[in-house]
Design a protein around this ligand. Structure first.
Ligand code: 13P
Ligand code: SF4
Length: 324
């Protein structure tokens, strides 16, 4: 894994209140011609101050098409890294560059290379939740929003390696009736939902619809009325006539769901008592204070080796073309 920062995360505290921080961040945005991108899993106060809030695909697209001099990425490392890969001349900042994604980090490049060698001739399609090194070893990148659309375009008979998320890969393979060789990684947040806990909550709320992210396990997905990426889940809650939803994904998205449908009821899917980890602590490392400090000091900055950048850009560009 390459994590090349021009500095470490700033530990200085400004002493400003959240309201003052909010105002100062807005002032800095104008001064710096900065664009703040935030994932739906970040804290509500981060989503409030961001220019664009979205899922991984929307944020990659926003990072690609904008006129800002500075991109500030409130998400996890691979997201800011993708923004830098797409925009080498821009300053890309992250409030906390140590906010990594354990799923991405569970797929080391050396092991992935060996995995590929075991399946010569297979096309390597990898989730955007991966390091630049893994992207550089891949033929096509995808997100949970466009994985199905991309895999549908691969001719039948072409062997596919999919990684690092086995649950997303398994979901697409089942849905398309297509065999794929899966890297056995998973997201600790989504994989923590268990069938018994989910069924208990569904029984307690018989009028609610269960909706789930494809990073959840099959035993959970099979009970969902709707399965889709974070953005697709959000869209579903807006368009569905149902008034109550049990939401099996990172609970940060409930902020936007509630905002879009103030009268509807959203219940975060329960954590499994045996494995209570259904909050992404890395996304929550993005605080207003760190956001302010990173803009003020213009660090930590995402820096990427140019050879690696060019190699990792190829599968990202293919993804953007295949899902435009
Ligand atoms: P999406 O943003 O594609 O829904 O992915 C969810 C996720 O876990 C991001 O890290
Ligand atoms: Fe990674 Fe899962 Fe957190 Fe997304 S929710 S950043 S996949 S650990």
């Amino acid at each position: 894994m390459t994590r090349d920062f021009s500095s470490t995360t700033c530990a200085v505290k400004s002493g400003y209140s959240p309201e003052e921080l909010y105002q100062r961040i807005c002032d800095l945005k104008k001064e710096m011609n900065a664009l703040i991108l935030a994932h739906y899993y970040t804290l509500p106060e981060i989503q409030q101050v961001a220019d664009i809030v979205g899922d991984s695909l929307a944020l990659a697209r926003a990072a690609e098409k904008n006129n800002a001099d500075v991109i500030v990425f409130a998400g996890v490392y691979f997201m800011a890294e993708t923004a830098k890969i797409l925009n080498p001349s821009r300053l890309v900042l992250m409030p906390d560059a140590y906010a990594g994604c354990p799923l991405a980090d569970s797929c080391p490049a050396d092991d992935f290379m060996k995995f590929k060698e075991q399946h010569p001739g297979a096309l390597a399609i990898t989730y955007i939740n991966s390091t630049a090194e893994i992207k550089a070893l891949s033929d096509i990148t995808c997100t949970s929003s466009n994985a199905e659309q991309i895999i549908r375009q691969i001719p039948d008979g072409q062997q596919i390696i999919f990684g690092p998320d086995r649950n997303l890969g398994g979901y697409i393979a089942r849905k398309l009736g297509r065999e794929m060789i899966l890297w056995q990684g998973y997201c600790y947040v989504h994989d923590a939902f268990s069938e018994p806990s989910i069924l208990k909550t569904c029984a307690e709320h018989p009028d609610a619809e269960l909706i789930a992210h494809p990073e959840c396990r099959e035993e959970v997905l099979r009970h969902a009325v709707f399965t889709g990426s974070t953005q697709a889940m959000l869209n579903y809650t807006v368009s569905s006539s149902a008034q109550k939803f049990i939401v099996a994904t990172e609970p940060g998205i409930l902020y936007e769901m509630q905002k879009r449908s103030p009268k509807k009821i959203f219940i975060p899917a329960p954590r499994d008592p045996e494995n209570p980890r259904s909050v992404c602590t890395q996304m929550k490392q993005n605080t207003l204070e760190k956001l302010y400090q990173c803009m003020l000091t213009r660090q930590p900055e995402i820096v990427i080796d140019e050879t690696l950048r060019l190699a990792s850009l190829i599968p990202i560009r293919r993804m953007l073309e295949m899902s435009s």
